[in-house]
Design a protein around this ligand. Structure first.
Ligand code: MLT
Ligand code: MN
Ligand code: ZN
Length: 301
């Protein structure tokens, strides 16, 4: 039976919860076991329950696959993971490709722009192209990464990966193009969107999300200046290409009236107070109809 099924492999943003070098309250609470740890940004989806597409290959993918029985090997070298799609070239979304190098066939999907980023980095040659073909998909072009699942890429305002930023003066943090994309997924009459990085909700994005059965959306920060206030860094969310959850310009407001079935935050930075069960911010997000994604969470549409 064809049914769209999604498993959050990793609910955290780059760094994870706890992040190795972070002594913030959330990271310390996760180390103590007081709040659930979360691995880095990834979602697995299937339409037939057998063949899986992994959206973004995080540095934690080894642990994520081990923690997900549906993705365990089914034979000596047989894997339910048949395809990987990356939504940008950020380290938290591509570094896990290097873990997937053990002579295992799968298809790797991305825009031509992201393919160019990988092609420019010889370390990804570790993935033998005879086993791991790189399939370039244009924006708006529907394709079938695994049987029964239709996927379409669309531009999400964002920026190039940190390691390609170049000089500050010419950096655009909400560029719309092939560098940062969202994915529309359809199977069995259900439709979901996955957008782990988004600088703002444009009218085109709102139209795409409208009426979707589920939207998995960028939950990096609660407030734009959160990392600065907590002494964790000098950057705002806007500078990082991420809109925040709270406030009139936030994602909670932007997706409030679009008739979306399930709204799920993913890609939470470890500074985000919604990672604390019972926090005022988490209660506010939940009262607004959102689910805070967490590792292992499964949704069938
Ligand atoms: C982001 O989501 O902003 C990036 O993953 C940051 C990074 O590349 O470290
Ligand atoms: Mn990220
Ligand atoms: Zn932290």
């Amino acid at each position: 039976m064809t049914r769209l099924r999604a498993v959050v492999l990793g609910a955290a943003a780059g760094g994870g919860l706890p992040q190795w070098n972070c002594g913030c309250a959330n990271c310390n609470a996760a180390r103590r076991g007081d709040i659930p740890p979360q691995t880095q940004s990834s979602l697995a989806v299937t339409a037939n329950g057998e063949d899986w597409l992994v959206l973004n290959a995080s540095p934690d993918i080894g642990r994520q696959l081990a923690a997900t029985p549906a993705l365990h090997p089914t034979g000596p070298r047989e894997m339910p993971l048949k395809a990987v799609l990356v939504t940008n070239g950020d380290i938290d979304h591509v570094a896990g490709l290097l873990t997937l190098r053990e002579k295992q066939p799968f298809s790797l999907f991305m825009t031509p722009g992201i393919a160019g980023v990988l092609a420019a980095n010889p370390i990804f040659g570790a993935l033998d192209p005879a086993l791991v073909p790189r399939r370039e998909i244009r924006l708006g072009e529907a394709f079938e990464p695994v049987p029964g699942l239709t996927a379409t890429l669309f531009a999400a305002p964002g920026k190039v990966p940190l390691y390609l930023e170049g000089d500050e003066a010419s950096l655009v943090t909400d560029m719309e193009g092939e560098q940062t994309v969202g994915v529309e997924l359809a199977a069995g009459g259900a439709r979901a969107c996955y957008v782990p990085g988004c600088a703002r909700v444009t009218p085109a994005l709102a139209a795409r999300f409208s009426g979707a059965d589920a939207v998995f959306f960028d939950g990096t920060l609660w407030e734009d200046d959160e990392m600065i206030r907590l002494g964790l860094g000098a950057k705002t969310g806007a500078r990082m290409g991420h809109m925040s959850m709270n406030g009139p310009a936030g994602s909670i407001a932007a997706l409030a009236e679009l008739g979306i079935g399930r709204r799920v935050f993913v890609h939470m930075n470890n500074s985000n107070p919604v990672l604390v069960p019972g926090s005022a911010q988490r209660r506010a997000a939940e009262a607004a109809g959102w689910t805070i994604g967490q590792d292992g969470m499964e949704i069938t549409l």
